[in-house]
Design a protein around this ligand. Sequence first.
Ligand code: MN
Length: 242
Amino acid sequence: MTDVIAAPPQPRIPVGSGDDASFPVRRIHCVGRNFADHAREMGASAPDSKAARGNPVFFCKPADALVIDGVVPYPRGTAELHHEIELVVALGVDAPPGVLDPADAGALVFGYGVGLDLTRRDLQAAAKAKGLPWDTGKAFDASAPVSRLVPAGECGDISTRSLTLHVNGEVRQHGKLVDLIWDVPDILHELSKLYALRAGDLVFMGTPAGVGPLQPGDRFHASLDGVVEFDGHVVDGGIDAI
Ligand code: MN
């Protein structure tokens, strides 16, 4: 068969420090309310024990929402763009059929990065109030800036790491991954109950407290401390250039 239109570009993320390796992206899964302090700041209840945590909140972003150069166009349709710094997990192996055992989850992970789950908070709040889907608040163009990926073998024990986001030189968010309500094996186990996990999938793991607005001209510095850092900035009116 012959394509009747030009094939859309395959989204890719650079790997390591050089220019010769990249990770092609299939899907972007995201986890909501995975730090108790952030759940509380959003007005949701937070479990105080593993047994009480219920089911995780999942949503998706399109793969072409990735931003790898750090230049984020202020999106249309909102007056309240928010930052959410998150651990990003990149899967390098297809999950086996059936529900994934948490003990087997680590073998699926290619590597890690740090990203921003950018959110049109006003649209998300309006959707929440009406019990409607979050797509317009979460799954928009350029809503997924992500750093380079670091292979898992170079990251040490990821559960001991922390996330830090500076905006214009001031700390806005800081959280320890040991405080995740569902850790990486837990989340891959839960996702496997709902979706076929494949090489090329990304998972945004949820954000700690301190989410807040970004404006055109703001500069951000996101860090998965000791693993990878990512700098970027917000530009005005650039969305139509995508
Ligand atoms: Mn998030």
